[in-house]
Write a new protein. Structure first.
Length: 457
């Protein structure tokens, strides 16, 4: 919500700057919007492209914007990128052109105003009086409660403030578990809510037999004075992943409010096929150059064809450009790939970093083996092993695998069971919350990763 408010207010700010630049450049000759609807459309186009560029350069990542210098540095990259994009749009559709003088004045004003606006907005969000912060009381003092507190304290820009813990153990009252302390006993939870101005109670009690304040929580929730939330749901909203150790199967069973219709499934399939076909055609020159580089760098086949596990356990053969030596697994058999794996070739290291080795998978998408977005398909040997070690791991195969996914944009390269557990948390979040909007966010984030080469999956 904080990020959405920032985007919307900045959209208004940029539109105002556009109108002001038009008036200053053209004076009385300017027919300002709404007198000139075409001008309004042009200004909106410029604003949206500039905001898209801001997004690509992390200017809407609240955790990365902490100083005037960092804002100015990112804007120095974002505005030229937006200028290039707009120049291409103006070339293709001249009627959308804003005017060279107006646009240059708009850019100059944006460089002068936006950094100060960002610092003011950031200060307001962090200010204890002005910032939108929910005061959170954690019910429980065990492992789950401490994990919830740690996750909240690590995300200072999330808009939550931990006021403390509450439990039914008198010897813990007043003791600090991580940073906030245990404020009181469970039986006094109503008084503690009033005393500490609590907005939300997160229930993180592992064993609810005994002194669980059902009546008090019911009264607080129904009265509207405080929100009461399960730790798993709170953790999901806070982190963008699902912690399997906090889950009860019933929570996942009843979490989906609707099912996909057959028509929606066909529409999604057609969209994936169409986008994959467009992607294949547009990337064909890049694939030809990549193929030449792979063949010149090392001997062996051009493509790496490997069996993977898809939707409902169906196996298919994935197609990638070969990025390792052709004899990489002759003696060892299937093994985890490491971040600095010595089996990776010189060209392979480059194409893995910029994701060009994945381009042939447009073929898999057109064949219906994969979608653009979904959990990454894994090899059968690892699926069998991980399914016996990790709870809920087989559930990631309820949907089609993807060329990119929520886990790929949120978690760095992984090559262990612990990494697989962490990625599963993100995969479960995607499966539970998948929507066209989430898919669009993942695709945009993937574009950022490819543009700036932020690591291999």
């Amino acid at each position: 919500m904080r990020r959405l408010i920032l985007i919307l207010t900045e959209c208004v700010l940029l539109l105002v700057l556009g109108l002001l630049a038009t008036f200053l450049r053209l004076g009385r000759e300017a027919n300002l919007w709404p007198l000139d609807p075409l001008l309004g459309a042009r200004l909106l186009l410029v604003t949206l492209v500039v905001q898209l560029s801001f997004y690509l350069f992390d200017l809407y990542d609240l955790g990365k914007i902490r100083s005037y210098r960092s804002v100015l540095a990112k804007i120095a990259y974002a505005l030229p990128a937006a200028t290039v994009i707009l120049s291409l749009i103006f070339f293709v559709t001249p009627r959308t052109q804003l005017g060279r003088g107006v646009f240059l004045l708009f850019v100059a004003m944006a460089i002068a105003v936006v950094p100060f606006w960002r610092l003011l907005a950031g200060w307001g969000m962090r200010h204890p009086e002005l910032g939108v912060r929910e005061r959170v009381l954690i019910l429980g003092s065990g492992r789950l409660a401490i994990e919830i507190a740690k996750a909240t304290l690590e995300r200072t820009n999330a808009g939550f403030q931990i006021v403390g813990f509450v439990d039914n153990k008198p010897d813990l009252v007043g003791k600090s578990l991580i940073n906030p302390s245990v404020l009181g006993l469970t039986r006094d939870i109503g008084q503690l809510v009033e005393r500490h101005d609590v907005h939300r109670i997160v229930v993180a009690v592992e064993d609810r037999r005994g002194q669980f304040p059902t009546e008090d929580l019911l009264d607080l929730s129904l009265s509207g004075r405080v929100a009461v939330e399960e730790c798993a749901r709170y953790y999901e909203r806070l982190t963008g992943k699902i912690a399997s150790e906090m889950l009860r199967p019933s929570w996942l069973i009843f979490s989906r409010n609707s099912r996909y219709s057959e028509i929606a499934g066909h529409i999604r399939r057609l969209m994936n096929f169409g986008l994959a076909l467009i992607g294949f055609v547009l990337s064909l020159p890049l694939m030809i150059l990549t193929a030449i580089a792979v063949k010149c760098d090392s001997s062996g086949p051009l493509f790496y064809i490997q069996e993977r596990v898809g939707q409902n356990g169906r196996r298919f053969r994935i197609v990638k450009f070969r990025s390792m030596r052709s004899d990489a697994e002759e003696s060892s058999g299937p093994v985890w790939a490491e971040e600095d794996d010595p089996r990776i070739t010189r060209v392979g290291r480059v194409i893995r970093k910029i994701r060009f080795d994945e381009l042939p998978q447009f073929i898999n998408i057109m064949r219906g083996d994969m979608n653009f977005v979904g959990p990454r398909p894994e090899r059968p040997k690892f699926v069998d092993e991980l399914s016996t070690q990790i709870p809920y791991y087989p559930q990631r195969h309820l949907v089609k695998p993807g060329l990119t996914g929520w886990a790929q944009i949120k978690y760095p390269y992984g090559s262990s069971v612990e990494d697989a557990i962490e990625k599963l948390r993100y995969d479960l979040y995607y499966i539970k919350n998948q929507s066209p909007l989430l898919d669009a966010i993942i695709l945009l984030e993937t574009v950022k990763i490819v543009m700036f080469g932020r690591g291999a999956r």
